[in-house]
Design a protein around this ligand. Structure first.
Ligand SMILES: Cc1ncc(C[n+]2csc(CCOP(=O)(O)OP(=O)(O)O)c2C)c(N)n1
Ligand SMILES: [Mg+2]
Length: 666
């Protein structure tokens, strides 16, 4: 602790006027005093968890004050100073931490896991790294809309070890995005010291590897933080580019309060205590006669009153009463589906052409729609779906990306936060595993958590039957139908593919759009030339019959059609689900109640697939109408083999007809 009346930090205030210096001080004092109060409440069990930013306030405050208030900041778990400097009302913060409705997440998420468009703050998800790619998306929107704005995003030094860090910095550099990447190097990531986290001298050195300028700033010196970041921000607004800043600082308390600091050498604590950013600045301001004792006392009294009054407001607020309908209603942003009817003029199109045409017409309709993916620009994508798009829409809106699925999904999220739309093309659906985290944790949960929709469609060229082996053949829809907050579309015909893609892009929620590669060039249909939409959640009844209900989607639809063609005597209802989330349960139940028998055909391997859930639903809802056990036909429980005879053996297709006949004879 600094006890002397001389500051241990050398401040170079240059031409900063006293008003700014006093604001910097007051803005640091507030989070410090709020935290001191929170630590008491934590001990009393009144808040659930606390990640302390004590000792790091100069960074949050200096960066926030250097930015304009309409510029986005993406803070982490120790950046209370960002929220208080942006003047987020304390009562709302207190309600948030106590899980009350007046917080920012209606009790659905804790601590700093929220954002607020009102204050242009985008809070973190627990996984740390995804913030960095989201900042890229926001910055991209700023460039595309010619806003000349900077985006600042934070990470701890521990978070820099995540792949997201590398991906986000690389994308920002390649795309010249106006992002300030702020590393708060506070010596530890939970209990891990820096020498177990990375093996270079300074993290700022990494900037060079990404082709970006980087700087080291004393994170405990608020004047340095503010003046240097102000200068950098000014320069980036004029000439958009990313910059990496490493703030040297120290974490003065445990990772979170309960975990303590036993592993931190005493001497380090003592040394850094001498560099306390708030106390040193106070001493300096008094030394310089910029702040009097009396003014300081008044300031502290005012902050304390503000804290107490706002705490009372939060205490007085009622506890949340659980209500299932409210929870379910907040899973997706309400979407008012607009039916656009197809024109009578049609063209015969292959499945792939229908997708391409649908995408193109949506690009024409939505000027703020950006598509991103590997090799999608001049090359036209590996399947040539975006061939000719660059010529029509330009490279700003048709973006080749580095190989970095996470950062691109995150950038899509950022575009959505900034009010734009994104379509992300996975080169193959298999590769979505490299972008899985932001899809299931960021996109899927964002609206439920803090009312921020993710207006992103992820295109998924999927499926087997093309002798492509284990990593280019998967149909992984079950990874996503399992996750609340995602919509999943899976057309089987060109007409549906075009209309459903248009709806997916109109829908402000995250949509996984599966397009089966084996259908691309094998399935043709007359498709309306103009733009049209089709509703989600409506299965199509392709054939009608009283003996059995066949439920399927994607390539399965064509397998079933083939089997029925071969066996014209089988009287079956054939349901093509078209969308899996939402699922047309009504169509399923109506048909099964009529036929009394159900068989579900799925291309994915059996266990944990959607066929199992549909089977369970039928059992629960139609038990009395059933004349036989519900049958599921799916692929083998193995990876997908390459060689044709093994792949044929793997696929459900070869077993479907036999099982169907067995069921009919039951
Ligand atoms: C993907 C992921 N892995 C692990 C964790 C657990 N975790 C949360 S914070 C943290 C340490 C982060 O260290 P650093 O980035 O240096 O930030 P600091 O806490 O020091 O501010 C860890 C390991 C997590 N939240 N997410
Ligand atoms: Mg750290």
């Amino acid at each position: 602790m600094l006890t002397s009346s001389k500051s241990n930090i050398t401040y170079d205030k240059k031409n900063l006027d006293s008003k700014i210096l006093l604001q910097l001080y007051a803005n640091m004092l507030k989070p410090r005093m709020v935290e001191e109060k929170m630590l008491i409440l934590l001990r009393q069990g009144k808040i659930s968890k606390w990640f302390s930013g004590i000792g790091q306030e100069a960074i949050s405050v200096g960066v926030t004050m250097a930015l304009n208030k309409e510029e986005y900041i993406l803070p982490m778990h120790r950046n209370l100073g960002v929220f208080t400097t942006r003047k987020v009302p304390l009562n709302r913060l207190f309600s948030q931490w106590q899980g009350k409705a007046n917080g920012f997440t209606k009790g659905r998420d804790r601590s700093f896991h929220f954002g607020t468009q009102e204050y242009n703050i985008v809070g973190m998800i627990s996984h740390l790294g995804p913030q960095l790619g989201v900042a890229d998306g926001i910055a991209l929107a700023s460039v595309l809309k010619h806003k000349n704005q900077v985006t600042a995003v934070f990470t701890g030094e521990g978070g820099t070890s995540e792949g997201d860090f590398h991906e986000a910095l690389n994308v920002a550099s390649v795309w010249h995005l106006p992002v300030i990447f702020c590393i708060e190097n506070n010596g530890y990531g939970l209990s891990t010291p820096t020498d177990e986290q990375y093996n270079c001298k300074d993290l700022a050195d990494r900037g060079k590897g990404y082709g970006m300028e980087s700087f080291i700033i004393d994170g405990n010196n608020v004047v340095d933080v503010y003046s240097k970041i102000s200068k950098l921000a000014e320069s980036i607004r004029k000439r958009p580019r990313p910059i990496l800043v490493e703030f040297k600082t120290f974490r003065m308390r445990g990772h979170e309060e309960a975990s303590g600091t036993k592993y931190v050498p005493e001497q380090l604590m003592t040394e850094w205590a001498k560099k306390d950013p708030v106390r040193n600045f106070e001493v300096y301001l008094k030394e310089q006669k910029i702040l009097t004792e009396k003014e300081d006392t008044i300031l502290r009294d005012n902050i304390l009153n503000e804290i107490n009054e706002n705490l009372q407001l939060a205490y007085d607020e009622e506890e949340i009463t659980p209500n299932v309908t409210n929870e379910l209603n907040d899973l997706f942003k309400p979407f008012n589906y607009q039916e656009v009817n197809p024109s009578s003029k049609t063209n015969e199109l292959r499945f792939i052409d229908a997708i391409s045409e649908g995408l193109k017409q949506s690009m024409q309709r939505h000027k703020d729609l950006v598509i991103m993916g590997q090799d999608i620009a001049e090359y036209g994508g590996v399947f040539k779906i975006t061939e000719g798009f660059v010529e029509e829409f330009g490279n700003d809106r048709v973006r080749n990306t580095p190989i970095c699925e996470s950062a691109i999904v995150e950038a899509g999220m950022g575009l959505s936060i900034a009010g734009m739309k994104a379509v992300v093309e996975m080169q193959f659906a298999d590769f979505v595993s490299s972008g899985f985290n932001p899809i299931v944790n960021y996109l899927a949960k964002s609206y439920y958590r803090w009312n921020q929709n993710a207006d992103v469609v992820v295109r998924m060229p999927c499926g087997a039957g093309v002798a492509a082996g284990p990593f280019h053949s998967q149909t992984n829809e079950a990874w996503f139908t399992k996750t609340p907050g995602l919509k999943v579309v899976y057309p089987a015909f060109p007409y549906d593919a075009k209309g459903l893609l248009a709806t997916a892009i109109n829908d402000p929620n995250p949509v996984l759009y599966f397009e089966h590669k084996a259908l691309y060039r094998s399935i043709r249909q007359d498709v309306p030339k103009d733009y049209y939409t089709l509703p989600f959640g409506k299965a199509s009844l392709l054939k009608e019959g009283n003996a059995v209900t066949i439920i399927t989607y994607g390539a399965g639809v064509h397998w079933a059609l083939e089997a029925l063609d071969k066996n014209p005597d089988i009287q079956a209802d054939l349901l093509d689900l078209r969308t899996l989330q939402p699922l047309d349960t009504e169509a399923i139940f109506n048909s099964v109640r009529k036929t009394g028998k159900a068989i579900i055909l799925q291309e994915d391997s059996l266990f944990g697939g959607i066929a199992s859930d549909i089977s369970a639903l039928i059992m629960e809802e139609c038990f009395e109408a059933l004349d036989a056990p519900v049958k599921r036909v799916a692929s083998l429980e193995t990876p997908i083999p390459f060689v044709k005879q093994l792949e044929d053996q793997y696929l459900a297709k070869g077993r479907f007809e036999t099982v169907l006949k067995e069921l009919l004879e039951y």
